[in-house]
Design a binder for this molecule. Structure first.
Ligand code: E4P
Length: 215
């Protein structure tokens, strides 16, 4: 499973890049707004740090404007993936980008039928929002599992990008149900290292080593 960072904060991306397993980055208008910088400036900087797919979301709402905005975003760097909302206009724009060989990430997916539409129009990635479904008492990870079955049934190449990941259990479950990618906040990625027995074990190894030196 590929790991994407879900952030616009370049300091976090720089830190996580040192770990060696960050495959890409996703952003959205809310994450970019938190940086207080322009989207193109942030995306350009991220592309210099991570050599992988970097999702930049359009804020236009009509197909025509999304195409125009997406084409501008795609000029920033060859790794830029155009993020489109799962609306009639977004799905139509997805078809245009796929036929031009421009990579897309269809976002705000909350149902199997929506995932089917994105795959039919050649989306590179579909982003089902696990955490936001859980928030309203639905089964977010169940949706990932169903989309996996759907795409495998028909041999769709669209990659499932588990989004709205809130904790490390979501990452574990996304991997076990066969999600292609999980995008997560920096703090969740950092938590993946953590196990109390690792800390206790290391402390003892180091203490025993120190004792042996003092003998
Ligand atoms: C990523 O592409 C999504 O925009 C993001 O994961 C949404 O996460 P949230 O539900 O925590 O805002």
């Amino acid at each position: 499973m590929k790991f994407f960072l879900d952030t616009g904060i370049v300091e976090e991306i720089r830190e996580a890049a040192k770990w060696g397993f960050v495959d890409g980055v996703t952003t959205n208008p809310s994450l970019i707004a938190q940086t207080g910088r322009s989207q193109s400036e942030v995306i350009k900087e991220i592309c210099d740090i991570i050599d992988g797919p970097i999702s930049a979301e359009v804020i236009s709402t009509t197909t025509e404007e999304m195409i125009q905005e997406g084409q501008e975003l795609a000029k920033i760097h060859p790794n830029v993936v155009i993020k489109l909302p799962l609306t009639e206009d977004g799905i139509a724009a997805c078809k245009v980008f796929s036929s031009e060989g421009i990579k897309t990430n269809v976002t705000l997916c909350f149902s199997v039928n929506q995932a089917l539409l994105a795959a039919k129009n050649g989306a590179t990635y579909i982003s089902p929002f696990v955490g936001r479904l859980d928030d309203i008492g639905h089964d977010g990870m169940g949706l990932i599992q169903e989309i996996r079955a759907l795409y495998d049934n028909y041999g769709f190449n669209t990659q499932i990008l588990a989004a709205s990941i809130r904790h490390s259990q979501h990452v574990r479950d996304a991997a076990l149900v066969g999600s292609d990618v999980a995008t997560m906040p920096y703090k969740v990625m950092k938590l993946l290292f953590k196990h109390p027995l690792t800390d206790i074990g290391l402390e003892k190894f180091l203490a025993d080593h120190q004792k042996s030196l003092n003998k």
